[in-house]
Design a binder for this molecule. Structure first.
Ligand code: GLU
Length: 507
């Protein structure tokens, strides 16, 4: 791509960023990095009624956690700033005026009640009211297409509320190009004359979005499919201003894991998975929503999963580092249809990433968990434990459950397993085993294994008869890694104590 790639993520700070929003940001990021371009964060906060104070920081923190930081945005490389639309508010009026002067827009003074009445009138006749070429100049509506210039000026001077509407051209077929969806044809007669600017001095999303994309020299607009209906208007706005339009790519929805439709916050609550990257506290209600981070997901696993939710590399490869994603990403391979989210697959990704992490890193993450369980242990020991148990873990927080017996003697024994494995003959066998263990000079994994297995073989009994009760004694249940490894880790003395404890407890 020879042009200078500049993309933007343009969220409205109305609440926490849903994982669909994170995916949009991610695809923008990958596309920018792939083409040595710039990833811009713009905060679209023109709708003050929906503004949520902690949302912007949440968005920034979420991008940070996901390791997909923006290159330009609020407080960072403000070359094209400010990047908050509320701070750019004085800039939009002149553009609305330009369109008015060029005849691409008009003033409309219709009151909400007046429009409501018209809507009802149409409904009564089984029609839908659309503010556009059908009726905009027919006298029922109060706008500068029917009023004289003087009348318009009088109304404005008198402080009457107005909006500026786009004058959608009539009888045209728009041929739109979308990088994901291909060619889309639209009859302009089906479009309504959208509001661009309001008398409170605020632009609407459409005007601010187009003006900013132009001023910030955005080359590609990559956004969610919910904005596809705005594409005709946006394309026309570029025409009206005489600006070159960026390329557009609309991403399909993320779908519920079961059933049909868009993945919603409620699906997460219902099915028990987070839909937000970070935990979020609603400032008004105090409600807390779960986050992938707090649920114990690695951000790189989460990002890998999201990347493949709506894009495919064209190969069987599933595990991608961020660098590999950047290398492989291509808008042409973004899917036109919705992608079904799978909580299980997300766990699978986490498990895969956990296995790839270094034992040092996992140990660092595990140490505070141990501490919160009242365990202090040396780092080398913990690292060895991690190496023995990690393959059974999906999350670092599974480690404690998988390894507590390395750090403390079992205090109870799984009832079902005890009933099945702890037979009448077991105590005598275990007493004998203690003697064997006492006799092992060098308590290495190999020595213990040789001596104990040799003893079992010489007794001509099944291995299970000894090994299962031994496991119960050391672990408290029939789980855990190799028993000889466990014995070696806890040492000869603790091994003997635990066997004796089990005999005392289980009879
Ligand atoms: N502010 C819009 C949003 O909240 C941006 C849409 C766009 O990217 O054009 O998603």
């Amino acid at each position: 791509m020879s042009e200078n790639v500049r993309v933007r993520f343009a969220p409205s700070p109305t609440g926490p960023l849903h994982m669909g929003g994170v995916r949009t940001a991610l695809y923008n990021y990958l596309f920018a990095k792939k083409h040595n371009g710039t990833f811009v964060l713009r905060i679209e906060d023109t709708d003050q009624t929906r503004y949520v104070a902690n949302a912007e920081q949440y968005i920034i923190d979420a991008l940070e956690w996901c390791n997909i930081p923006f290159d330009e945005g609020p407080g960072k490389n403000e070359k094209f700033g400010p990047y908050r639309q509320s701070e750019r508010k004085d800039l939009y009026k002149q553009y609305a005026e330009e369109l008015l002067a060029k005849g691409w827009a008009y003033y409309a003074f219709d009151t909400p009640e007046g429009l409501d009445a018209l809507r009802k009138e149409h409904e009564a006749e089984g029609k839908t009211f659309i503010y556009n070429w059908h009726n905009r100049a027919k006298g029922k509506l109060v706008n500068s297409l029917v009023l004289s210039e003087e009348e318009v000026q009088e109304k404005i001077n008198a402080g009457e509320k107005y909006v500026v509407r786009f004058k959608t051209p009539q009888d045209e077929t728009l041929i739109l190009q979308d990088e994901v969806r291909g060619t889309i044809k639209i009859d302009t007669n089906t479009l309504d004359d959208k509001v661009l600017f309001k008398s409170d001095g605020m632009p609407t999303y459409h005007l601010a979005n187009i003006v900013d994309d132009h001023l910030m020299q955005i080359s590609h607009v990559i956004r969610g499919e919910e904005w596809l209906p705005s594409l005709p208007l946006h394309t026309l706005l570029y025409q009206a201003f005489g600006w070159e339009a960026p390329k557009f790519a609309h991403l399909s929805l993320i779908l519920k894991p079961v059933g049909k439709g868009k993945l919603s916050k409620r699906d997460g609550d219902k099915l028990g998975f987070p839909v937000f990257p970070l935990e979020y506290t609603n400032e008004k209600t105090g409600d807390v929503s779960r986050g992938y981070k707090e649920d114990g997901y690695f951000s790189d696993a989460f990002i890998n999963m999201l990347a493949l939710l709506g894009w495919n590399p064209g190969t069987e490869q599933e595990l991608f580092s961020l660098e590999e994603l950047i290398e492989a990403f291509d808008l042409a391979r973004v899917s036109k249809s919705g992608a079904k989210f799978s909580p299980d697959k997300t766990k699978w990704f986490n498990q895969q990433y956990l296995q790839q992490k270094s034992e040092e890193e996992l140990t660092d993450l595990f140490l505070p968990i141990l501490e919160s369980n009242g365990v202090t242990s040396n780092t080398d020991f913990v690292q060895k434990v991690v190496s023995l148990i990690k393959e059974r873990a999906v999350f670092v927080q599974d480690f404690w459950e998988l390894s507590n017996f390395f750090f403390q003697d079992p205090t109870e024994y799984d009832a079902k397993a005890s009933k099945k494995q702890w037979k009448e003959t077991t105590p005598a066998l275990m007493e004998e085993l203690v003697t064997i263990i006492e006799g092992i000079e060098d308590f290495s994994v190999e020595n213990a294994q040789n001596d104990i297995k040799g003893w079992i073989t010489s007794k001509e009994i099944g291995f299970g008869k000894v090994m299962q009760p031994l496991r119960l004694s050391l672990v408290g249940k029939l789980a855990g890694p190799d028993l000889f490894e466990i014995m070696n880790m806890i040492g000869k003395e603790a091994t003997i104590t635990r066997i004796k404890n089990a005999i005392a407890n289980l009879g």
